[in-house]
Ligand binder design. Structure first.
Ligand code: C2E
Ligand code: MG
Ligand code: MG
Length: 711
């Protein structure tokens, strides 16, 4: 025997009889059999003992004072420990009515008086063993039920002969069933299946029976409160020896939470969380399908790329929360403007066009129009969008006017492939923005090739930073007195995935116009400082790192902070950083320039004037600027040995620098003659192909051997 904790103990028999002699005889017999025995003389005492000692078997007389055996038995069955204890009623009344009463009271068995003494012990042992088997069965059922509850798993058995379905408790809970005795008919079960799934369930069951195959199926259960639950069911058919189906067994599991989580993941992967619109990924899939359909139907597909004009500024003024609100309003306004465009009746000849609206990035949306045969209908939609967005919008209690720019590309015509269609529309949108915004442009026929090329680059440039496509090359600068390397100029290159290595002249101006120069410039500054520090720490020559600063960067507030940050982050000593500013840059807005230059000098960096001689420099201003170096532009160096004018300009610049206490560095020195000229005229440093072209970091190291002489 096992107690509730599973520890085995001697079985306890409770003997209840008001006849003391008989009671003693029974007790003696059982004690001889090595059983633990307790006694009670009536029902009341028996009940009290029963609760306390939890016997494994009760042998109880029926006729007793205070409480008879029937009542005591019925009361014991109501107790928590009384469900599966064997209770045997010992009756002198061996009439059928008392036996029936005994069973009604919940007795396990009965014995008649007089007691058959030789059989008593055997009978008791038999009942104890049966009781234990019964308890084990109940325990394992309980374990199964707990496991099913945790796993939200239920099981059922359907017997075909009586068409009864047995359901486990958990199955009843999952399906919201209230069966009588855990049983009901299959037809009754089908009533809890969601009406839309009912047919599928019936068909699957029928098929399993016809084909003699197991099945798996997912369907919804409709609960009484109207909510639904998703059930995963697995079942198989059992056949008799003739192959005729006799029953079916199955399990059901509640997979609602899993499906909801999957649905959420799918949503996050394919939809924009802010507006609930399809994101770029899903949109691209739609476009793919649309192109395929249009190819077969010989119809047109138009892609509208919509950018909100000056959104960044609006967002900055409003704050992000209101900015988000605005984007949501724009999204719904876009949807309703297409819906209300009435292009259906007016322009479309065949089936109605459909549209998909998507949010591609922050302030960029796109619309896919399908089933279109005339281009006028596309212009019509575009015009309608522009009009609708012009109506004042109120966000966060503030009335505001916004506008957008739309680029349109069309299949067939502009391209055959999805990515290109999107990109062309993007290019056309950028063109619409460049044309002042609040307008739409068709790709290609509204644009010339150069504009397309440039805009293409601009679009790629936007992604280049995050895709890590920029690299820095370095060109040595040589001190002409010592012949040793004195510095490196960091020069940016763009490793374009399709076009290869692109030189800065081809993209710096685009970056400047689009504002991208700010993050790109910050990247250059950080990367150059980091690299210089790496070289210094590796014990290579301690030389200066020169970084070009665009005039846009210089004019934009925050340059000083950015430089300080780059120095702090990298750990580079400020005296090792030189900033190159062009002559034309520093000669604008003199007072502001002086302030910035002074602040930069206070950080400890050195300052040089790049491309010196190409712009207009006022001596008065030069005197007031805290500069260190003038970089003589390559255009003068180029012809010094042939053009006396250039030679004269260079000597003048060197003299000027000398009088201002500034150093000189000659750019673009390609020949020995040019080098010698510079040396003769006391130019301090040179930089140019004669020493080396700009090169990637790993090639620079051979120039950084401490003490090495280069010319
Ligand atoms: P820069 O600052 O005047 O840089 C010197 C340019 O002259 C570099 O061109 C360099 O490769 C080239 N060069 C140097 N020595 C010789 C030579 O002996 N012969 C010839 N023919 N050319 C020589 P690169 O790298 O194409 O850069 C062009 C311009 O792009 C730079 O002119 C600079 O204004 C700009 N740039 C380059 N990197 C950056 C950057 O990180 N930020 C900014 N804002 N501008 C940059
Ligand atoms: Mg430079
Ligand atoms: Mg230069």
């Amino acid at each position: 025997m096992h107690n509730s904790k599973g520890v085995s103990r001697q079985p306890i028999v409770l003997v209840v009889d008001d006849d003391m002699a008989l009671r003693l005889l029974i007790v003696e017999t059982l004690l001889e059999d090595n059983l633990a025995v307790e006694e009670a003389e009536d029902g009341v005492e028996a009940l009290e003992l029963f609760q306390r000692i939890s016997p494994d078997l009760v042998l109880m007389d029926v006729k007793m004072p205070r409480m008879d055996g029937f009542t005591a038995c019925a009361e014991m069955r109501k107790l928590p420990n009384g469900i599966d204890t064997a209770i045997v009623l010992v009756t002198g009344l061996d009439d059928i009515a008392s036996i029936l009463r005994a069973f009604d009271a919940g007795a396990t068995d009965f014995m008649t008086k007089p007691v058959n003494w030789p059989l008593l012990s055997h009978r008791v042992r038999y009942l104890l063993r049966a009781g234990e088997a019964f308890r084990n069965l109940r325990q394992s059922e309980q374990r199964l039920s707990i496991a099913q509850k945790i796993a939200k798993l239920g099981n059922w058995d359907w017997g075909f002969d009586k068409d009864t379905v047995y359901c486990s408790d958990q199955m009843c809970v999952l399906c919201g069933l209230a069966p009588v005795d855990g049983r009901f008919s299959h037809e009754m079960f089908l009533q809890c299946v969601h009406p839309d799934d009912n047919e599928a369930v019936r068909a699957t069951v029928k098929n399993a029976l016809d084909e003699k195959k197991p099945y798996r199926l997912e369907y919804r259960i409709q609960l009484a409160d109207g909510s639904t639950r998703i059930i995963h069911e697995q079942a198989e058919v059992e056949h008799d020896s003739n192959g005729a189906p006799v029953s079916m067994h199955g399990t059901v599991q509640d997979v609602s939470e899993r499906r909801q989580a999957e649905e959420k993941i799918r949503f996050l992967a394919y939809y924009d969380a802010l507006t609930g619109l399809p994101n770029r990924l899903l949109f691209t899939k739609y476009v793919e399908q649309a192109l395929f359909a249009a190819m077969r139907a010989k119809s047109k597909v138009a892609l509208l790329y919509i950018g909100v004009d000056r959104f960044k500024r609006i967002n900055d003024t409003l704050g992000h929360k209101a900015g988000d609100e605005l984007l949501k309003m724009i999204a719904s306004s876009l949807a309703s403007s297409v819906r209300r465009s009435d292009i259906f009746g007016k322009f479309v000849l065949a089936k109605e066009p459909e549209f998909i609206l998507s949010r591609l990035t922050g302030d960029e949306f796109s619309i896919l129009l399908t089933g279109i045969f005339k281009e006028e209908s596309i212009s019509y939609v575009a015009r309608r969008i522009l009009e609708m967005l012009q109506e004042p919008i109120s966000v966060g209690g503030q009335e505001m006017n916004i506008s957008c720019s739309i680029g349109i590309s069309i299949y067939p015509g502009d391209t055959e492939d999805v990515e290109a269609l999107l990109k062309n529309a993007d290019v056309a949108m950028a063109y619409a923005k460049q044309s002042g915004g609040n307008t739409f442009k068709f790709f290609a026929h509204d644009m010339n090739d150069r504009a397309i090329e440039r805009l293409n680059l601009e679009i790629d440039l936007k992604k280049a930073l995050e895709r890590d496509e920029f690299v820095l090359f370095y060109q040595p600068q040589i001190d002409l007195y010592s012949g040793k390397i004195s510095g490196l100029e960091a020069l940016i290159r763009w490793q374009h995935p399709e076009r290869g290595l692109i030189a800065p002249q081809q993209f710096i101006s685009i970056a400047e116009e689009s504002g991208l120069i700010i993050p790109i410039g910050a990247w250059v500054l950080n990367e150059a400082c980091r690299q210089a520090c790496v070289w210094h720490q590796a014990g290579l020559a301690q030389i200066r790192m020169a970084v070009n600063i665009s005039s846009h960067q210089f004019r934009q507030g925050g340059l000083v902070t950015m430089v300080k940050q780059a120095l702090d982050d990298s750990g580079l000593s400020s005296s090792m950083l030189e900033l190159e500013l062009t002559e034309s840059c520093i000669m604008q807005d003199i007072e502001a320039t002086i302030i910035t230059l002074v602040l930069l000098k206070e950080l400890g960096v050195t300052l040089s004037v790049d491309d010196f001689g190409t712009g207009y420099s006022s001596m008065n201003y030069l005197k007031r600027f805290p500069l260190d170096t003038l970089k003589i532009d390559r255009s003068f160096v180029m012809d010094i040995t042939t053009d006396p004018n250039d030679a004269a300009i260079i000597t003048a610049i060197i003299a000027l620098a000398g009088s201002l206490g500034l150093k000189t560095i000659a750019e673009g020195v390609e020949t020995l003659e040019q080098l010698q000229f510079m040396r003769q005229h006391l130019c301090d440093e040179i930089q140019g192909f004669f020493i080396s072209k700009p090169m990637p970091a790993d090639e620079v190291e051979r120039f950084l051997v401490p003490g090495m002489t280069l010319c």
